[in-house]
Design a protein around this ligand. Structure first.
Ligand SMILES: Nc1ncnc2c1ncn2[C@@H]1O[C@H](COP(=O)(O)OP(=O)(O)OP(=O)(O)O)[C@@H](O)[C@H]1O
Ligand SMILES: [Mg+2]
Length: 359
């Protein structure tokens, strides 16, 4: 027979009839904390928890050192969460300031640098640039504001590049937030950072808040390990719902897996507009090749069509990589400008890497 209870279980004993009952596991569950080890002396450990120092004895099987992120309860340390110390926000944590998330605008970046995909460019400008530029006019008309746009598509299809070009062109301050990074580096404080970024953005004349890999924050899964990301999504939704008519902020999210994005994010007034970046067609490929080689020093006309013909299913990032390989071939041959043979050689090299990486 299975034993009734294990060591450490809590049981109730009825004083009248002496019957015994197992208490539910979460009864009197102690609050957990997250902290950083500061000093280890023998089996005694000083842990900084929310700015306060506390002393514990190491009850773990493994030795501890200073600078680890650990979790525990009042009774002791339960385990190591990370080999690195997480950071806590206070006024001295400069790298959490909203300004640190601003990507400086690049004067040299324009729509000329974005090849092909003309329908997508038009649609994205309509959804992102027009609302930012004509914020007041749209308000006067009384249109429901566009607050969030989700862009999806495989890696390397230009989602980030186009967003940055549009921000430049619309003269908008561009905040870039990487989903996984903000979660791991600022464990437990990500909501606060996001709140500060939104506060900062609202003060600007125009701003774009760009969430890369938003699916990593806002996935449909809802088990306990995703508690932190669910809190972040809750915060994000509350902030977007709380935009006042004066707020001229557009929130962009990118994902490679739109099906994984929490449906709460897709509701009206949130990320309810969508731009899809597909794998380029042959015509797009030709334009992307010409565009991405535009600033290079070329000796002769380049056979873009020849390359476009042979690069079915390639992403724009892979096409752009051809030029880097071509330049390497040219310099290794002692030249200072590209010849068509470098271009073709570059294509062959990237083609080989692609088949290699796909097994
Ligand atoms: N339409 C395009 N024209 C020219 N070059 C492009 C285009 N799209 C992408 N590229 C090139 O590919 C690189 C990667 O693009 P980008 O970072 O925007 O992809 P992404 O869709 O954001 O990918 P990920 O999902 O991995 O973040 C760009 O820096 C640029 O060199
Ligand atoms: Mg990107």
């Amino acid at each position: 027979m299975e034993p009734f209870a294990k060591v450490g279980d809590i049981i109730f004993i009825d004083p009248d009839d002496g019957s015994v009952e197992l208490a539910p596991h979460d009864l009197w569950r102690e609050d957990t904390w997250v902290g950083v080890t500061k000093l280890v002396v023998g089996d005694r450990v000083v842990v900084e928890i929310g700015g306060r120092l506390r002393l514990f004895s190491n009850s773990l099987a493994e030795p501890l050192r200073a600078g680890l992120t650990v979790e525990g309860t009042d009774s002791g340390i339960l385990g190591i969460l990370s080999e690195k110390a997480i950071k806590f926000l206070d006024d001295s944590t400069e790298d959490a300031l909203p300004e640190r998330f601003i990507v400086p605008s690049n004067e040299n970046l324009s729509f000329e640098d974005f090849g092909g995909y003309s329908d997508i460019v038009t649609r994205a400008r309509e959804l992102i640039e027009l609302p930012l530029k004509y914020h007041d006019a749209l308000n006067e008309i009384g249109a429901r504001p566009i607050k969030g746009v989700l862009s999806s598509g495989p890696s390397g299809t230009g989602k980030t590049l186009l967003a940055r070009i549009i921000a430049n062109h619309a003269d908008a301050v561009f905040y870039a937030i990487n989903g996984p990074e903000v979660l791991s580096k600022w464990y437990g404080q990500s909501e606060e950072i996001i709140r500060r970024i939104f506060e900062d953005a609202k003060k600007r004349e125009r701003a774009i808040i760009f969430f890369d890999e938003i699916d990593s924050l806002a996935s449909q899964r809802s088990d306990e390990s995703h508690e932190a990301s669910r809190r972040v999504v809750g915060q994000l939704l509350a902030l977007m719902d709380g935009f006042s008519p004066d707020t001229n902020v557009m929130v962009l999210g990118t994902t490679n897996r739109p099906q994984d994005v929490d449906s709460a994010l897709r509701r009206p007034g949130r990320f309810d507009w969508h731009v899809d970046f597909p794998i380029p067609t042959k015509r797009d490929r030709e334009a992307i090749l010409a565009t991405s080689g535009r600033k290079l020093r070329l000796k002769e006309d380049m056979p873009h069509l020849w390359v476009a013909d042979r690069t079915e299913s390639w992403t724009p990032a892979e096409l752009a990589a051809i030029w880097t390989e071509a330049a390497l071939l040219a310099v290794s041959d002692g030249r200072r400008a590209l010849l068509p043979e470098d271009y073709i050689g570059g294509y062959e090299r990237v083609a080989k890497q692609r088949t290699g990486s796909r097994g």
